[in-house]
Each structure stands twice: as C-alpha cells, then as structure tokens.
Design a protein around this ligand. Structure first.
Ligand code: HMG
Ligand code: MG
Length: 301
C-alpha cells in the first residue's frame, strides 16, 4: 500500500497564523517540504486578500518557487477572480497545474467562509472548474464541516454526500473530506464513508482532511486508511485552522502521520526527521512551539 500525503502547511497552516511570514521564508518552507520527500504541497491560496491577508502574496510566492521535479503545488481558488489570478502566475517554466475549490456542507459556514449559500456556492464553482479543466488543470474539491459545524451542531452524513457528489459532478478529480473543527471520531468516519459508498461514490475518489482539535486526527486517519483511502491531508508541525471557523485548530501533523505510516511499513517517501527539523525552524519564526508530539519527541532524541 502507498499513501499520498497532501501537505497543506503552507496554505491551511499559514492562513491561520497571527504572524505573517515574509514571502522568502514561505518559499524556503515549501522548498524544505519538497526536500523532505513530499510530492503534493498546497502552496497558497488565491482568495480575497482582505479575507486572508496571511496569503495575500500568493502570486509573489509562486513566482519565487523553483518547482522540484515530480512535485505538484496546488493552490486554493474560490471563484473566477481567483482563477484568473492563478492562471496569470508563473511557476517555474510553466504555470499552475493544480487548483482546489472549497465548498461547505452547512449554510452557516458557506455564508461565513464564502459569502454564499450552500446552493449558490455551486454557481460560483462551476465556471471555475469548467475553465480550469479547459486549461488542462487538475481540480480537487474540499467539502468542509463534514461531521459538525460550530453554529449548527452535528451534520448528517447524507448532507455531506449530497454536497460532495455535486462538487465531484462539476468535474473534480478528488474530494477531500474536511473535519474543519476537528470534532469527528472514528465512528463518525466509518458512518461518513458508509454514506458515500451507499451514495455510489467510490472511496478511491476521496481524501481525508482532519483537524486535530480533540486529538482524534490520527485515529480518524487510520480508520480511513483501513477503509482503503490512500490520500491523506496533513500540515507539517500541525499548524493550521480556518480563520472563519470558530474553534478550528491545526491539522493532523505530517510528522505524526509519517511516524505512524513508517511504523505500519506503509511507503510515503517522506523523511520524518527532516520534516521535524523544518517544524522546529518554523516554530521559532512563528513564535510558538509545534503542537505535534512527534516533533517534540524527536527534538529530545
Ligand atoms: P465576496 O465579498 O462575496 O466577493 O467574497 P465578490 O465576488 O462579491 O467580490 C467583491 C470584490 O472582491 C470584487 O472587487 C472582486 O473583484 C474581489 P471589486 O469589484 O469590488 O473591486 N474579489 C477578489 N479579489 C481577489 N481575489 C479573489 C477575489 N474574489 C473577489 N479571489 C470570496 C467571496 C470567496 C472571494 C471570499 O469569501 C473569500 O475570499 N473567502 C475565502 C475564505 C478563506 O480563504 N477561508 C479559508 C480557506 S477554507 C479552509 O480553510 C477549509 C479547508 O482547509 C478544508 C477544511 O478544513 O474543512 C479547505
Ligand atoms: Mg482545513
């Protein structure tokens, strides 16, 4: 079995930090992640710079990156304006090759995060996906608030499946299931994957995206892996969260994931010690220690 780690540290991680890092430091972060063996690194996002000032330098960052061979650098894009901005960018000798749109399963989060209703978010995404595909890009979709929403409470799996099917139906290659506020447990993961199967969506089209607010991200990931999911989102050092989702904390730390996968003998091609060294370097710059237990343990070796 091979697991693809979809690294979100430079995007999900840095979008939620109080400190705004200089663009050269972000480029160095991305470069270090590729050097550690990560092959998919979500680099930044082309959302409204007023909504997420931390990533307002998206174009500048991409212009300064030297893509490593075999590494993909997806970027988050919410709407056509974001796609225009992404398509204008140079990335090495080419341009952007991968984008990710991000939908919500709940009305409250759709309004807060996208200024849209659940229904009208599809009108925003449809032309983005259509034009991205026409330009030869690969498109991933996220669906957020897969288990519960801080304003609405528990979210029924069928509701997530309905939104997820519509996002995939736009032409997206992959759907990442976001536990945006990190409240899910393995039983919830089982129930959601059951619902997707019952809804006719192959689990091979799904990825998982767990935030670790209640320390369940690794257990949830293992549950998904045992069901055959092979794409797992994580952020180096466990940084992250969504500024528009009350109570969201960091993602599953990439180091925690790699440590577990190494122990299971599952191939990732990622060097956990190199990642942990990067997290210590980053923690210094962000002015706070990494919440990852693996990072902390490796620092004492
Ligand atoms: P809006 O205010 O409804 O935008 O925001 P609008 O379409 O009405 O446009 C208003 C103005 O903004 C216009 O300018 C547009 O050109 C401009 P004007 O004509 O007035 O001068 N504009 C833009 N400028 C630059 N880039 C753009 C852009 N779009 C419009 N892309 C919008 C709608 C979607 C833009 C806004 O709500 C937004 O940026 N939201 C993003 C919030 C965000 O980034 N959240 C974090 C990422 S999601 C997440 O973290 C969850 C995830 O990790 C999964 C999980 O954990 O569950 C993915
Ligand atoms: Mg997230």
């Amino acid at each position: 079995m091979k697991v693809t780690i979809y690294e979100v540290g430079p995007r999900d991680g840095l979008q939620n930090e109080a400190a705004i890092l200089p663009v050269e430091v972000k480029a160095e972060f991305v470069r270090r992640l590729a050097e550690a063996g990560l092959t998919v690194i979500e680099a930044t996002s082309f959302v409204h710079p007023k909504w997420v000032p931390q990533l307002a330098d998206a174009a500048e960052l991409l212009a300064g990156l030297s893509p490593a061979p075999g590494v993909r650098y997806p970027v988050l894009v919410p709407n056509e304006r974001g796609l225009d901005r992404a398509l204008e960018c140079a990335l090495g000798t080419g341009g952007v090759t991968d984008i990710a749109i991000f939908g919500s399963a709940t009305e409250s989060f759709a309004r807060r995060n996208l200024n849209r209703t659940v229904e009208s978010q599809f009108d925003m995404f449809a032309p983005v996906v259509e034009r991205a595909l026409a330009n030869g890009l690969r498109v991933r979709a996220y669906v957020s608030m897969c288990f519960a929403d801080p304003w609405e409470g528990p979210v029924a799996p069928e509701r997530v499946v309905e939104v997820g099917r519509r996002l995939l139906g736009l032409g997206c290659a992959e759907l990442s299931l976001g536990d945006t506020i990190g409240v899910g447990t393995p039983g919830h993961v089982e129930a959601l994957l059951d619902a997707f199967e019952a809804g006719g969506v192959g689990l091979d089209r799904l990825a998982v995206h767990f935030h670790d607010t209640y320390g369940q991200a690794l257990a949830n990931t293992l549950t998904a892996l045992r069901r055959g999911i092979t794409v797992v989102d994580a952020s180096t050092g466990g940084i992250g969260g969504c500024p528009y989702a009350k109570s969201a904390t960091g993602n599953l730390a990439t180091e925690d994931l790699v440590w577990m996968l190494d122990g299971l003998g599952i191939e990732t091609g990622v060097d956990v010690r190199s990642l942990a060294a990067t997290s210590l370097w980053l923690a210094d710059l962000l002015g706070r220690p990494s919440p990852s237990r693996v990072v902390q343990a490796l620092a004492k070796e």
